[in-house]
Design a protein around this ligand. Structure first.
Ligand code: CMC
Length: 422
């Protein structure tokens, strides 16, 4: 097979190399296109555009495959812990027991929040959305570590910053919740593991089944290649902004209802269906007629076009968790009927719309005692190792600043008219 693609514009033909990834996915390298032809490409929403080479996460949307550094998500979710997955994403290898213990120790050294972060948290308005607070706190870390913001800092500093973010995340998430609910902060405990320590700071108790469920949820969210928030982290990092600013921006991108904000929207949708007594069929029909722009939240994905492997794990896990915790959530039944109705409807099947990771995650978060407006913060908590790892990959590859082109459609040149003559 040819290793080149040809583009014919007018009478001239240029050859562009085809690059092939380790999973045999192919891309036409257009980096010389503008210089050689004066043309750019046009791809709104980057649906066909590869923006980087990455060795962290592989996903095949048609086959429903998701792997972190080669390891299938099903195996990691079933056998690993979130902290081990953090190590994997940052080092690209699974740790030995000694390496993992050392890694955990380095992270636990940052369990306590810096005074600057507590000070900011204490003055932010309590009606601010937890996602807005989270971005603010991540940015505040620049005030806690002002000497370590250089993009070309030593490897040691980059590692320290990674440990700082991962170490501070549990307390930041827990304290956002506690502050907003008028509850006293609970000090971190180095005797507990990463997820246990988080749950203790959040809820004041640690239950083995809840810790296990939390590990699975965080693992499923840990990375997802070049999605909206990760691309945001990379594009901010490409300007050589520091890691704290970059992940703070990634968090803002995650907030939107089409991305991480969908987990909160799913529960709101299910609650509304219950409250107004609408049937699954009635809701599906509202979605299909595109009434008031209603989408079936928790359905569809830019890349997965047959199934989302994370959703399959979560759905099974949802039943297990609710049973273990002896919780009957009335919206679970509505979710299941909605899913069955949509999956047998041509509108959804013809557009390849299937449940995504967020369809059932909110039901589990709720069972774990996490309030609805914290769901997207929980997504950010899980995604953090992915963002850090992708930022480090970008910096190590010394990628140039991200700067897309456009096709300009505004006025062409015209003369300024003095205000009295308009
Ligand atoms: N409900 C109803 N119709 C939908 C949905 C949905 N959830 N998703 C897509 N469509 C329709 C859309 O209206 C369009 O139809 P038509 O061709 O008639 O105009 C067609 O499917 C293609 O939609 P699109 O918006 O071009 O697809 P996309 O790949 O740009 O969007 C998506 C992907 C995830 C933003 C979208 O499916 C969506 O809005 N889903 C609901 C929000 C959601 O659950 N987001 C969480 C994603 S998974 C977590 C994460 O990693 O972010």
């Amino acid at each position: 097979m040819s290793d080149f693609a040809e583009i014919k514009i007018g009478d001239s033909v240029i050859s562009l190399p085809i690059i092939v990834g380790t999973e045999d996915e192919k891309a036409i390298d257009i980096s010389v296109l503008l210089a050689k032809t004066g043309h750019t490409t046009f791809d709104v929403g980057y649906k066909n555009t590869g923006a980087t080479k990455s060795a962290i996460t592989f996903l095949d949307g048609d086959k429903g495959i998701l792997r972190y550094c080669g390891y299938p998500i099903e195996q990691l979710a079933g056998k690993s812990t979130f902290i081990e997955v953090c190590y994997l994403l940052l080092h690209r290898e699974l740790p030995t027991a000694a390496q993992l213990a050392d890694f955990e120790k380095n992270i636990a050294a940052y369990y306590e929040l810096p005074a600057e972060v507590i000070a900011v948290l204490d003055v932010l308005p309590t009606n601010m959305h937890p996602m807005g607070i989270m971005s603010t706190l991540l940015s505040t870390l620049t005030g806690a570590y002002p000497a370590d913001l250089e993009p070309n800092a030593s490897e040691e500093t980059h590692w320290k910053n990674a440990f700082r973010i991962l170490g501070h995340m549990p307390a930041m998430v827990a304290y956002i919740y506690r502050k907003q609910n008028g509850l006293a902060y609970i000090a971190p405990s180095a005797d507990l593991d990463y997820c246990g320590n988080f749950l203790n700071m959040m809820t004041g108790k640690v239950d083995k089944d809840v810790v296990e469920a939390l590990n699975v949820l965080l693992i499923l969210h840990a990375d997802h290649e070049q999605n909206c928030s990760t691309s945001t982290v990379r594009i901010i990092g490409s300007s050589q902004a520091n890691i704290f600013a970059s992940v703070s921006g990634g968090n803002q991108a995650l907030w939107g209802p089409l991305h991480g904000g969908a987990n909160q929207e799913v529960i709101e949708m299910l609650e509304e269906i219950k409250a107004v007594g609408r049937t699954a069929e009635e809701h599906i029909s509202m979605v299909k007629t595109k009434t008031a722009g209603v989408r079936l939240m928790g359905f569809g994905h830019r890349v997965y076009k047959n199934f989302d492997p994370r959703a399959q794990i979560i759905k099974k896990y949802c039943d297990v968790v609710l049973e273990k915790l002896d919780i009957q959530d009335p919206v679970l039944g509505i979710a299941k009927t909605l899913e069955e109705t949509a999956l047998s409807d041509d509108y959804f099947t013809s557009r390849k719309l299937f449940p995504n990771v967020d369809f059932y995650s909110g039901i589990i978060y709720r069972a774990l005692g996490i309030p609805m407006d914290m769901f997207t913060v929980m997504f950010a908590f899980g995604r953090m190792p992915g963002w850090i790892s992708q930022w480090r990959e970008l910096r190590a590859a010394k990628e140039p600043i991200g700067r897309p082109r456009q096709v300009y459609t505004g006025y062409t040149s015209r003369d300024y008219v003095a205000i009295e003559n308009r």
